[in-house]
Write a new protein. Structure first.
Length: 120
């Protein structure tokens, strides 16, 4: 589902949301009379609904690295907002952070093993 708003030319103010495109276009013409750069913007609503309804939760997995070796156990915690993609999010010589959708902490770690066959 999409949400329609009117954004000012600086993208600092937003009016709406509107569900009726024709109404939003009429209001846009009024706003453009004093702000010619104003425009309609559309945003997705109910982001991540499919995952949450399926019982999945967003998990962040943090693994410290000392002298090139993984320090287990990994730290697993719920996170919000979720990342756009699963897998490695940040990788440095000192640590790596991953994101996974899963029902439990244990399942998140198992998914990570499948997503990233080579962690370091």
């Amino acid at each position: 589902m999409q949400m329609i708003c009117i954004a000012d030319s600086q993208q600092e103010e937003f009016w709406g949301p509107y569900t009726d495109l024709a109404l939003a276009e009429r209001i846009l013409k009024i706003v453009q009379s004093f702000d010619p750069g104003a425009e309609l913007v559309s945003r997705d609503t109910d982001k991540w609904a499919k995952e949450i309804i399926a019982g999945l939760k967003p998990w962040k997995i943090h693994i410290d690295i000392i002298n090139g070796e993984l320090q287990l156990p990994a730290t697993v915690s719920l996170t919000w907002p979720p990342m756009e993609t699963e897998g490695l999010q940040i990788g440095t010589p000192e640590f790596q952070e991953f994101f996974a959708w899963a029902k439990t902490e244990k399942e998140a770690l198992l998914n990570l093993a499948r997503i990233n066959k080579r962690i370091v």
